[in-house]
Design a protein around this ligand. Sequence first.
Ligand code: C5P
Length: 230
Amino acid sequence: PAPPSLAGRTVVVSAGGTREPLDPVRYLGNRSSGKQGVALARALLDAGAHVRFVSAHVETPLPEGVELTTASTAAELREAVRAAARGADAVVMAAAVADFRPASLAETKIKKSPDGGAPTIELVRNPDILAELVADRARGEQFPPVIVGFAAETGDARASVDEYGRAKLAAKGCELLVVNEVGVDKGFGREDTSATLLWRNDDEPGRHVAGTKDDLARALVEVLSETLNR
Ligand code: C5P
C-alpha cells in the first residue's frame, strides 16, 4: 500500500496535562507526559501534514516545524484548540484535560491553620472541549470533519476496555476514539502502549495497536490518511 500522505492537510493536536491553579504557588495537575501527542505530531509531520500543536504541560521536547500554541489551564486549552480547529482537516485531542478546577483561586498562598485543620477545596466541572467541538460543529461552526478523542480506560469485572471505549465514543460523539489501556505498568509516561482505534460508524471490533507510542502514532496517521483521502 502507498505510504500515508497528509500533504496539504492541517491537523490540530492537543497534548500534555492541564494545570488548574489553587493559589499563586499550587495547582491540581495530572501525570500526562505529552509523549503520545508529541509522537503524533512527529508522525503527522512525516506524512507531510501541517501541524497546529496546542501544548499544555509537556515533558518532552517538541519536534521542529509545528505551529505552536501553549496553554496551561483547561480554559486556555479550550480557547487555543477552538481557534486552531477552525478550518483544519482533523483535530486530535490527546491532551489530558482536567475534569474539575478549584471553584475559586486564592489570591495569596493558602496557609496552614494554627488549629491543625485542613482546608476543603471546592471543585467545579470544566467544559468537555472534545464534546463541545462535536456539538458546535453540528450547529454550523467550521470545525473539522474528523475529530479524534483519546480515552484511558481500565477493564473491570463488568466490562472490557473496548466496551467502555464504545460507550465513551457514543457519549462524546466524535468520529474516532483511541482507547488506551491503562494500568499499573501501562499508559501515562510510559514508552509502550496498548490501544484500540474505534470508529463511531462502524460495528467492527476496532483496530488494535500494541507497541510504542510512535507505533500508535503511525497507525493513527494511517487511518487519518485513509479517511481524509477517501
Ligand atoms: O471523558 P474523558 O476525560 O475520559 O475523555 C477523554 C477525551 O476527552 C480526551 O480526548 C480528552 O482530551 C478529552 N477531554 C476534553 N475536555 C475535558 C476532558 C476530556 O476535551 N474536559
